[in-house]
Design a binder for this molecule. Structure first.
Ligand code: R5P
Length: 347
């Protein structure tokens, strides 16, 4: 497979001079050695979320490295790095969002290109980690695909993974390389704080999200209600119990991800049936919104759906949707990784 030469207009990912200028202003705060230290650094974007990669580059005051991805008619993916990486500290920004398999293979191919070109260190910045829900076997003769993906990432030569709100914390254990799993909860709570009624309770849509809901509640100075969810198929769930009091209260329903919207739609029905005020806000880190998700979430009691930009939002504007950027968080993490600093307070 060969890739044609790179035409001038094929990539629009280079951060503009304006963004570079903004970044330089910001870099002053990092002392004299910082710009030199960033010199052996390169940030590439795969095709999964160029706006997030561009915003992260702008936060860092660097331009994105030039690279090229092409999909062939038979479905194969080809990539090419258009600048040297030998000895450099490489960051590849590529959430493995839908189409998950294409974006995963592209990440692996980019990493392989970096490794074969003698990159010094390769960090995969995977703000949304696809297959994370396949973190355990639910029955016999089933795979643990998240573990398989971890092995593929390592086999491709990636040295370090930076990710956000992993569906299950134990996924980190599938890797033998360092994984920094940050959280967008502070980013989301900053966006939510001033818009919620004082009596709002945080609702966890299932028992798996209680820890995250507790973090939201702690930051918003309120309490948690937990729903017991039973999954009846890949797209269908039902709520069997509401644990806690929602009667007459406004609700903030949180989750790590919204895929088909089924989980949140069932949660909305359950809290309303338990007497909640029809004043519901939904917040999640990863907004995939596949299939009929937007229609399912368009309930008259839902006032807003707040997500981050870990997954690129391709569809038309949607009045309920508010997107907050995690680019500043990712940029801060990259700065600290470059400086061997602690990421402890970003978790
Ligand atoms: C499940 O455990 C996850 O935390 C989410 O609740 C779920 O994956 C969301 O998927 P959907 O929007 O399709 O219900």
């Amino acid at each position: 497979m060969s890739i044609p030469p790179r035409p001038e207009s094929e990539r629009e990912l280079l951060a503009s001079d304006r963004l570079l200028a903004m970044g330089r202003r910001e870099l002053r705060g990092y002392g004299a050695g910082w710009e030199t230290m960033m010199g052996d650094f390169v940030l590439f974007a795969g095709t999964a979320n160029p706006p997030l990669a561009t915003a992260t580059a702008a936060e860092l005051g660097v331009r994105l490295g030039a690279c090229f991805t092409q999909r062939f008619p038979d479905g194969e993916t080809a990539v090419r790095l258009d600048e040297p990486v030998r000895g450099r500290d490489v960051f590849l920004v590529q959430p493995t969002a839908p189409p998950v398999n294409d974006h995963l293979v592209e990440l692996l191919a980019l990493a392989d290109a970096c490794r074969r070109s003698a990159a010094g260190r390769i960090t995969a910045v995977v703000p949304y980690f696809g297959y994370a829900r396949s973190d355990k076997r639910h029955g016999r003769r089933e795979p643990i695909t998240a573990s398989l993906v971890a092995r593929m990432i390592q086999a491709a030569g990636i040295d370090h993974v930076l990710t956000l709100d992993l569906h299950a914390a134990q996924i980190e254990g599938f890797f033998q390389i360092p994984v920094d799993a940050l959280t967008a909860v502070p980013t989301l709570t900053r966006a939510l704080r001033d818009r919620l009624s004082p009596d709002t309770v945080v609702v966890s849509p299932d028992t798996g999200r209680v820890k995250t809901a507790t973090d939201f509640a702690h930051r918003l100075n309120t309490t948690v209600v937990v729903l017991h969810k039973r999954r009846t198929s890949g797209t269908e769930t039902e709520v069997t119990h509401v644990v806690g009091d929602v009667a007459g209260r406004a609700c903030l329903i949180i989750d790590d991800m919204i895929s088909t919207g089924g989980t949140i739609a069932r949660a909305v029905e359950a809290v309303l049936a338990a007497g909640a005020r029809p004043e519901i806000t939904v917040a999640a880190t990863h907004g995939l919104f596949v299939g009929e998700a937007r229609r399912l979430l368009a309930h008259e009691a839902v006032r807003a759906v707040v997500v981050t930009d870990t997954v690129a939002c391709a569809e038309q504007p949607w009045p309920l949707l508010e997107v907050v950027s995690v680019a500043p968080l990712l940029a801060e993490a990259i700065r600290r990784l470059r400086a061997d600093g602690s990421l402890g307070d970003l978790y």
